[in-house]
Design a protein around this ligand. Structure first.
Ligand code: URA
Length: 228
């Protein structure tokens, strides 16, 4: 075997880190061998419950975000929700309370959900990472990759019909693209047989209120899908 090129070593370690997360995920589903061709795009079915996943997450110390967090924000809502929202990561209020989207952006999200004729308790809400990044920075690749298996397991367990991905971080993370959110938003895309509707993040709407109109157009498509 050729020696590892020192210049490329950091990337090699990133890949190995990511692989570790995936193997843990498959193991938790009872898979002990992984065919070479398995990718995230292939449907995975699961019989585990959200409690199983929560328990497995435990008092997570898998990445550096554990050092600054007060509470892990696992996610909440109807375990059989047909509609799921995925955000970026907990902010200050979420970190204090352990609940997703309860700060200012969360209050706006709750209003959007209610305007869509859903009740907040009927949908499921989660984030790309479950611990608050310091100063609300964007989670880095390693943090997102470490947390990803848990979100994927939550999605697989809840089996929503539609996921609304809030903002570019959640959208890029789920769809594995770096296309701009302005180009992705407003169209249903497929993710393992689940429809994803990318739209702007409510925190962005707080800074750019005129964009609420655009998000409302996206949400109307979701409402139409559900016959609302
Ligand atoms: N922003 C997010 O992306 N998620 C939260 O839970 C709160 C704010």
């Amino acid at each position: 075997m050729d020696p590892i090129d020192c210049q490329k070593a950091p990337q090699v370690y990133d890949v190995l880190d990511d692989l570790g997360g995936w193997l843990t995920y498959f193991k938790s589903l009872g898979v002990d061998t992984v065919p070479k061709s398995v990718t995230q795009k292939q449907a995975v079915s699961s019989h585990e419950t959200l409690e199983d996943i929560h328990q497995d997450l435990g008092e997570c110390t898998r990445c550096g975000l554990c050092h600054g967090r007060r509470h892990i924000v696992f996610g909440e809502g109807n375990p059989k929700a047909e509609l799921m929202f995925v955000g970026e990561g907990p902010g200050e209020e979420e970190d204090k309370t352990g609940r997703p989207f309860v700060g200012r952006a969360g209050q706006l999200l709750t209003k959007i959900i209610e305007a869509m004729k859903f009740d907040r308790k009927d949908v499921y809400i989660a984030n790309v990472v479950k611990c608050r990044p310091p100063h609300n920075r964007v989670p880095d690749e390693k943090e997102s990759a470490t947390c990803k298996p848990f979100l994927l397991r939550q999605i697989t367990t809840v089996k929503p019909k539609v996921i609304v991905s809030l903002g570019s971080v959640a959208t890029h993370y789920l769809l594995e693209t770096d296309q701009k959110i302005s180009q992705l938003r407003g169209k249903f895309l497929d993710w393992q047989g689940i429809k994803i509707m990318p739209t702007y993040h409510p925190a962005f709407l707080l800074r750019n209120p005129p964009m609420k109109k655009v998000v409302w157009e996206d949400m109307q498509q979701v409402m139409k899908f559900f016959g609302k």
